[in-house]
Design a protein around this ligand. Sequence first.
Ligand code: SF4
Length: 239
Amino acid sequence: MKYIYGPLKSRRLGLSLGISLTPYKICSFDCIYCQLGKTNHKTQDRSEYVLISEIIEELRLWLFNNITKKESMEFITMSGSGEPSLNSRMGDLIIQIKGLAHKPVAVITNASLMNLAGMRKELAHADLVIPSLDAANQDVFNKIDRPAAGIKVQDILDGLIAFRKEYTGQIWLEIMLIKGSNDSSAHIKLLQEAIERIKPDRIQLNSPVRVTTETNLACVEQKKLEEIKEIFGDRCEII
Ligand code: SF4
């Protein structure tokens, strides 16, 4: 299989079949904590990087050969080896997958294109959207997510706020906390203010524990994660 992987079991999504909408590794960011390694094509240009007709054919075959696994699967998740929303036919793909597999679709996205009304409209076909937000100001954003030229964190925040108003499905906001980069009291306060405006259904805190290509990454200790969780309130969990 070229585009489909799993199904994988995770605490937050249960058993989920993954779909990659880009070749390795096309992304609008080059996050210092990325498990996939360096971004080799950093862009914010949308294109049909992978033909959705090929993804649908692969999925059709997988479903035909995995009837039992399909029954126990909770989500089909768009994530994979790059940023899924860079595929310009993501919306069509979500619609076709739901028609074919009759399963809820989740999208894990870095939210870099959330300011585009057309992209938000496509994303609204999903049942669950998991955007990441690691920074609430441009300096921290540049340091952690290393975005493609021209991407502004304020546009992402505005896009997330707009999406919440338009979208009736679940939004689980994921925040990756890096010791010494985005965990200061002042920055946590900015994130809290952003969260209050975005109004996600859940906030999921994470800190890098696995090895990446960056050697100087430090995770935030459990005690501090608990304190930040308290600040973000009832909807917040540590994953
Ligand atoms: S947005 Fe995701 S895929 Fe892209 S660099 Fe960051 S962690 Fe990696």
